[in-house]
Design a binder for this molecule. Structure first.
Ligand SMILES: Cc1cc2nc3c(=O)[nH]c(=O)nc-3n(C[C@H](O)[C@H](O)[C@H](O)COP(=O)(O)OP(=O)(O)OC[C@H]3O[C@@H](n4cnc5c(N)ncnc54)[C@H](O)[C@@H]3O)c2cc1C
Length: 307
């Protein structure tokens, strides 16, 4: 009885929210994943305006309704089911540059951020040239490459958590290798972030960016992918361990391990999230059996029960 009352109540609340915030219903989420894999969202909201997003988050919090933030979908995908809550696609894109300081809303893409840096000669995020995704996703994972991490340029930000908006400093994020407090607790939405960049001049930054692009074109497999699938274990390389256990020969359905890099998966057509979970488990068990190392995936596999 209690269950059905709660169910009915949520239904009516959601119908109100659908109208008030123009939510879409029953949306295919594979189109928002760089691997083109994923289930469906019961409700889907596109956030373009920060004030409206905060209002919406407050309503969801008040009614205890499950939600998840989706950036560029380059580091997460949804299980093959209906996500029984609201998927919030982050398209907030304000970017303010004052000398070498940048304030970016969390939906700004890494590409747009770096384009702005190129125009102004600002260095700090060029290691993520050609990486899809948003500032929110990059901070969540402390994204990095070529010896550099986003945590080195973040000076603070603004977060929403349980109905409260808070200005935070760098320490708040508790950055570690491919992790931050956003990932550890899943309790905060990053609304905007502040960065301190280094001005190295337009010519120099253009040269550095081009070098990164060339390195990525040479080393990275092309296609429907999420980039590196497993984190590197301490003092080790996930790609090397996987190569040694013959992972490049592995394939499930349309999902295969890239020939160019054993830590990258490619969707060659109609791969599903369950193919991905099976292949992940197979790769993990081979490495565990041979080297005793427990690989951990970087990709966030989202399901209704996990949130
Ligand atoms: C070709 C390719 C190359 C890549 N190369 C690299 C690389 O060199 N280095 C690297 O680190 N990564 C790399 N990646 C992974 C990925 O692109 C980055 O980590 C990117 O920053 C993810 O951002 P996103 O917006 O797509 O996150 P999403 O996949 O949309 O989200 C990832 C997680 O972050 C959470 N999240 C997103 N936004 C917010 C927010 N505002 N507040 C709270 N939580 C949020 C989501 O809920 C989800 O749990 C690569 C990916 C691809 C496809």
């Amino acid at each position: 009885m209690l269950f059905s009352l709660r169910f009915q109540n949520v239904y009516f609340v959601m119908q109100e929210l659908v109208k008030k915030f123009t939510l879409q219903e029953n949306i295919d989420l594979s189109q928002y994943s760089t691997m083109r894999i994923g289930g469906r969202a019961r409700y889907f909201y596109t956030a373009k305006d920060q004030t409206e997003l905060i209002d919406f988050l407050n309503e969801l919090h008040k009614e205890n309704i499950k939600f998840i933030i989706l950036g560029g979908g380059a580091n997460c995908l949804f299980a093959d089911e209906v996500f029984d809550g609201v998927v919030i696609r982050n398209r907030m894109n304000k970017l303010i540059v004052q000398e070498n300081h940048i304030n970016a809303e969390s939906g700004v893409t890494i590409g747009v951020f770096n384009e702005e840096c190129k125009k102004r000669g600002l260095s700090g995020l060029e290691m993520l040239m050609r990486v899809p995704g948003t500032i929110g996703g990059a901070v969540w994972n402390n994204a990095g490459a070529y010896g550099m991490e986003i945590s080195r340029i973040v000076t603070g930000g603004k977060v929403w958590s349980r109905g409260e908006v808070q200005k935070v400093d760098q320490d708040f994020f508790e950055f570690t290798y491919r992790s931050s407090i956003l990932k550890k607790t899943r309790d905060h939405v990053l609304l905007e972030a502040d960065f301190e960049m280094k001005n190295i001049g337009k010519e120099e930054i253009a040269k550095k960016m081009e070098e990164i692009i060339q390195m990525r074109l040479e080393k990275e497999p092309q296609g429907l992918t999420c980039g590196s699938f497993f984190r590197n274990p301490p003092n080790n390389s996930a790609g090397r361990l996987l190569e040694e256990v013959g992972a490049k020969d592995l394939k499930i359905g349309d999902l295969e391990v890239a020939q160019k890099h054993a830590n990258w998966l490619l969707n060659k057509g109609k791969a599903t999230a369950s193919d991905l979970i099976q292949l992940r488990d197979l790769m993990k068990s081979k490495v565990k059996e041979r080297f005793g190392v427990e690989l951990q995936e970087e990709l966030d596999i989202i399901s209704s029960s996990k949130q």
